[in-house]
Design a protein around this ligand. Structure first.
Ligand SMILES: NC(=O)c1ccc[n+]([C@@H]2O[C@H](COP(=O)([O-])OP(=O)(O)OC[C@H]3O[C@@H](n4cnc5c(N)ncnc54)[C@H](OP(=O)(O)O)[C@@H]3O)[C@@H](O)[C@H]2O)c1
Length: 143
């Protein structure tokens, strides 16, 4: 921030269950800079052990215990951390489902802690191309 002439009005970052970026989230909250998540529900590439995030068995188990869907849980996870999710879909059923995450009951601390514990530092979006544009690269990223 010391090198900023203009305070960012919003920071769009990669954030999903396997790379929740929570440390950056807490830092930006202190500075009053809203975060927006891309890959909020795992895009098509976000996988662990060759299984897509949306098909994670632990996530499915938690979703069925809460009588909701894995995707709604993924979206609610961002909303309750104060991160704006921007899921992309070309399927009207999915779009409706995604909007439903806005009106869900709060998940509560225990569930949120479980969701936070899925993090395994799996970043899928490299910022290497920015190196050509910015003298500040690699921004002291931790991963
Ligand atoms: N600023 C940047 O550098 C940057 C970088 C990447 C992305 N973005 C933006 O971030 C937004 C998020 O897109 P993303 O590509 O990162 O991926 P995402 O929203 O995490 O995932 C999109 C994928 O999820 C599927 N999907 C959506 N809703 C679903 C549901 N309810 N159930 C099951 N599958 C569902 C979509 O398929 P269907 O179409 O079949 O539903 C699509 O394959 C986009 O608006 C994108 O433009 C920005």
């Amino acid at each position: 921030m010391k090198s900023c002439r203009i305070k960012p009005v919003l920071n769009q970052i990669e954030s999903h269950l396997y790379f929740n970026n929570q440390k950056l989230n807490l830092f930006c909250q202190k500075l009053n800079i809203p975060l927006m998540a891309f890959h909020p529900i795992g895009e098509t590439r976000v996988k662990r052990d060759d299984r897509h995030l949306r098909d994670d068995p632990q996530l499915s188990k938690l979703a069925s215990q809460l009588e909701t869907s894995p995707v709604k849980l993924l979206l609610r996870f961002h909303i309750e951390r104060g991160i704006i999710p921007i899921p992309k879909s070309s399927n009207s059923i999915h779009i409706r489902e995604n909007f439903e995450a806005l009106s869900m009951q709060p998940l509560g601390e225990e569930v949120m802690n479980k969701l936070l514990s899925f993090d395994c530092n799996l970043r899928f979006y490299s910022h290497k191309w920015i190196a050509k544009l910015s003298k500040f690269y690699p921004f002291n990223d931790e991963v």
